[in-house]
Ligand binder design. Structure first.
Ligand SMILES: Nc1nc2c(c(=O)[nH]1)N[C@H]1C(S)=C(S)[C@@H](COP(=O)(O)OP(=O)(O)OC[C@H]3O[C@@H](n4cnc5c(=O)[nH]c(N)nc54)[C@H](O)[C@@H]3O)O[C@H]1N2
Ligand SMILES: Nc1nc2c(c(=O)[nH]1)N[C@H]1C(S)=C(S)[C@@H](COP(=O)(O)OP(=O)(O)OC[C@H]3O[C@@H](n4cnc5c(=O)[nH]c(N)nc54)[C@H](O)[C@@H]3O)O[C@H]1N2
Ligand SMILES: [Mo]
Length: 753
């Protein structure tokens, strides 16, 4: 039997804090995943669903974007604890019915935590909040589509925003961008703006494509794996299996992180008998406990050392790269005291890491949010490209650049044109369909918030995601959404965004990945450009649910009429794939190639043939100035990160097992030495106050202090509770990604809650 949802919000005022764990994903991992499944789905459904995750004919795990091994090498259980939890959240037997919305006023729901909202179960009926109403009430699909179409038709296209989160299938994403553009706007902000935008920006300008250059086999074959700003034990647990395999074939691993994350240090493979017992595989050979934001200085120093040792791939550089002389000139010297200050590392540690680069015939650098959500994120990732170019580590087995994506189809959504900058194929698509496509750039996530705040945007439509909780400066974003004439959320689960409605607000409940959609399959692309199918088989949470494709087509037809065959696309997803095949590069013969188990891999010119689609056909070295973060005395640099029990804004539970925290999320991790220096006691409570350059301050109240072995001068708290601290205007240069991992804060002792 599945357990009932909580009626009261749990008491998380007094978290229990124990010792952090030193290894990840042993037997504990699997039982925790199963426990989550049983609580939400009961026994039968748990067995049914978990066996279909990431299997041929089954569905793509809605967890992360880490790729699956080739079908013949795939174990029967190709999922992890956190994948099981993601599935349990979606396949839960709990339901939110219209009676729920009659019982709770929107204001009451707004007072609940994200955990409570998410635990109530699946949304089952379309709901509307009519102007001025205190409650959501049921609405028919027809009326809901009319409400959207009428408001859009009555307004200007540039007043509307079409947000996407990264779970949307390729088919739905392609139609959604077409809907927005056929209506007349490139306002397609997406979760990627807050996620790997910095990677895309850095990679497209240097190697000519914004995606990573490795395959899963490359990871297995690498001799040096450098994992920077990523916590795979929690966020990409299946990656640990690949790291273990590489390690067994002799790879060295360097972990670069302010936190000694359990999954980076040691790994026990739950899918191998030996994984249940014993100490497991030690993973990192070297751990560089870097100061937040110090990676730019670190990779500049590594580049300098490789140059000074002559540890270069001259042939690669002269044949394939441009800008070497300028780069070498800029890196002839290095200011070691400054590098040590910026990184918090000793010169000897950096030299040891650089020797590993110099001695490795096949190096891959992997990174995630620890790099992308920094002020100098784009410059930092370009420095990683520099180091890889120096050693010729692009376009050969076991080597390359590996931004590890988050949402399971976030990369596919971008490939499908979910982007505020229209991809090159958009005008031709318009011409072939006889639709005029807008050419001017649209708004990204931060710009979208400003536009709503300032009254320039009045309609907000979201396919998936939780915009209110995922974005920075929470009160500003909530007020911005509430100032809209119309907010529309195509969602599976209740979340914060639904309880800060515009004047009129719609909740449109959709099918999830695990659910049967009239026998159709959809397609997704993983972090390594492999495209494959995903098919749900569970009975839908409610007969009223519609697929994302059906909802997008429903709105589009009402808004744009029948000039385009929305009905045909909705009726047969093969017709959508035909359209994609005709227009999106790399998708020729889509239907046949995706029918093969395991699907197909999209072309990646640098990886496949060392060709670079830059202005001059070469990979580019770049020069960036060294930028150290200056922290006033008595202040710390705070990062906001994920606990082990959450999927972004979806809170699975209140524990962070690997970091030793139970039953509480309003916590701040600080090194014991910094606590001593600040005169703040472990276990006491503080208001965390962020200080922004314009003098403004933001406060997160009553966080419990945890003495924790993070780098000196640094602190950490959980996203989304700490998003109030991120100023809207604090964004990364060039990518405009909110700087969620570099917030200057002070701790003010306060009373316990
Ligand atoms: N279970 C689960 N899986 C997920 C998600 C989830 O929430 N839960 N989210 C998905 C999504 S959308 C994404 S984008 C990914 C996110 O995956 P991650 O990027 O692993 O997520 P974060 O928790 O933000 O962790 C950032 C890591 O970077 C480190 N870090 C922070 N700042 C710095 C820095 O300045 N330098 C260095 N070197 N390291 C730093 C932190 O200590 C932490 O270990 O995971 C995806 N998978
Ligand atoms: N401070 C801080 N802020 C951050 C980050 C950080 O590290 N620190 N990380 C950023 C990152 S990397 C990301 S990717 C964003 C995430 O931002 P979002 O993608 O906007 O947020 P999620 O929490 O992933 O969205 C969860 C909601 O998606 C809906 N959903 C789930 N599955 C489906 C589905 O199949 N279809 C539809 N239509 N809806 C579905 C559910 O209603 C659920 O409530 O947050 C960013 N914000
Ligand atoms: Mo993400």
């Amino acid at each position: 039997m599945a357990r009932k949802p909580p009626v009261e919000d749990p008491d998380e005022r007094h978290p229990r804090v124990g010792k952090p764990m030193t290894s990840a994903a042993g037997l504990g991992g699997v039982t925790h995943g199963l426990r989550a499944g049983l609580a939400q789905m009961g026994v039968r459904r748990t067995t049914l669903t978990l066996l279909k995750i990431n299997q041929a004919g089954g569905f793509d795990c809605p967890g992360c974007a880490w790729p699956e091994p080739a079908p013949e090498q795939r174990p029967h259980a190709e999922f992890c604890e956190n994948g099981a939890k993601a599935v349990a959240e979606e396949a839960t037997l709990r339901r939110i019915t219209p009676e729920f919305f009659a019982r709770y006023a929107i204001s009451e729901l707004a007072a609940k935590t994200d955990y409570w909202l998410g635990q109530q179960g699946r949304l089952t009926s379309p709901m509307i909040r009519r102007a001025g109403a205190g409650h959501y009430t049921p609405v028919s699909w027809d009326e809901a589509f009319d409400v959207v179409a009428d408001r859009l038709r009555g307004g200007r296209p540039d007043e509307a925003l079409f947000y996407t989160s990264g779970r949307t299938s390729n088919e739905a994403a392609f139609l959604y961008q077409l809907l927005a553009r056929a209506y007349g706007t490139n306002n397609l902000p997406d979760c990627s703006n807050m996620c790997h935008e910095s990677s895309g920006t850095a990679l497209s300008s240097t190697i000519g494509i914004g995606k990573g250059s490795v395959t899963l086999d490359d990871i297995h074959e690498a001799k040096l794996l450098v994992i920077v700003g990523q916590n795979p034990g929690t966020n990409h647990p299946r990656m640990l299996t690949a790291l273990e395999k590489a390690k067994k074939s002799g790879a060295r691993i360097i972990a670069i992180n302010p936190l000694p994350e359990a999954g980076l240090m040691n790994f026990r493979n739950p899918q191998k008998p030996g994984g249940y017992v014993g100490k497991g595989t030690p993973l990192a050979d070297q751990f560089l406990q870097i100061r937040l934001g110090g990676d730019l200085a670190l990779f500049q120093a590594i580049g300098h050392l490789l140059l000074s040792w002559g540890a270069l791939d001259q042939d690669f550089i002269s044949a394939y790269a441009q800008g070497f002389d300028e780069y070498a000139a800029a890196r002839t010297t290095v200011d070691w005291p400054e590098v040590e200050r910026a990184t918090g590392l000793r010169r000897s540690e950096i030299e040891r890491a650089a020797r590993a680069f110099a001695g490795s015939p096949a190096t891959i650098v992997c990174w995630a949010m620890g790099l992308t959500q920094q002020r100098d994120a784009v410059a930092t990732i370009r420095e990683i490209v520099n180091v890889q170019l120096l050693r010729g580590m692009i376009g050969k087995p076991g080597a390359g650049l590996c931004p590890v994506r988050g949402h399971s189809n976030v990369q596919g959504d971008r490939t499908m044109g979910i982007w505020h900058e229209p991809p090159a194929w958009v005008p031709k698509l318009g011409a072939s369909l006889g639709v005029a496509m807008p050419v001017e750039k649209g708004l990204d996530t931060v710009e979208a918030i400003r536009a709503m705040r300032d009254g320039h945007a009045k309609v907000f439509v979201a396919v998936g995601g939780n915009f209110a909780a995922a974005t920075p400066d929470t009160p500003v974003t909530e007020a911005a959404l509430a100032a809209c004439d119309l907010t529309v959320h195509v969602s599976t689960k209740l979340n914060r965004s639904h309880v800060v409605p515009g004047e009129v607000s719609l909740i449109l409940p959709c099918l999830g990945r695990t659910e049967f959609d009239k026998g159709e399959f959809v397609t997704v692309e993983d972090s390594m450009s492999a495209v494959h199918s995903s098919q749900g088989s569970l009975e839908p949470a409610s007969p009223e649910l519609r697929s994302e494709v059906a909802i997008i087509c429903g709105i589009a037809e009402r808004l744009l009429g029948d000039a385009l065959p929305w009905r045909t696309w909705q009726a047969d997803y093969r017709a959508i794939r035909e359209l994609i095949a005709a227009h999106v590069p790399g998708f020729a013969d889509f239907e046949a190639r995706v029918a093969v188990p395991g699907g197909f891999t999209l072309p990646h010119p640098p990886r496949d043939s060392r060709t670079f689609a830059t202005s001059d056909g070469k990979a580019h070295f770049t020069v960036s100035p060294l930028a150290t973060i200056d922290v006033p005395p008595g202040r710390l640099i705070l990062q906001t990160m994920r606990s082990h029990d959450q999927y972004n804004t979806t809170i699975y539970g209140l524990d962070d097992r690997y970091r030793g925290v139970k039953q509480g999320r309003r916590v701040v991790f600080v090194s014991p030495d910094d606590l001593d220096a600040l005169g703040v006691r472990d276990g006491s409570y503080v208001d965390v106050v962020s200080e922004w350059v314009d003098g403004s301050e933001r406060t997160a109240h009553q966080f419990r202090v945890i003495a924790y072995p993070t780098a000196r001068g640094c602190a950490a708290a959980y996203f989304p509770e700490a998003n109030v601290l991120v100023p809207l205007d604090s964004t990364a240069a060039e990518s405009n990604t909110p700087v969620s991992k570099q917030i200057i804060v002070r701790l003010e002792p306060c009373a316990a809650p």
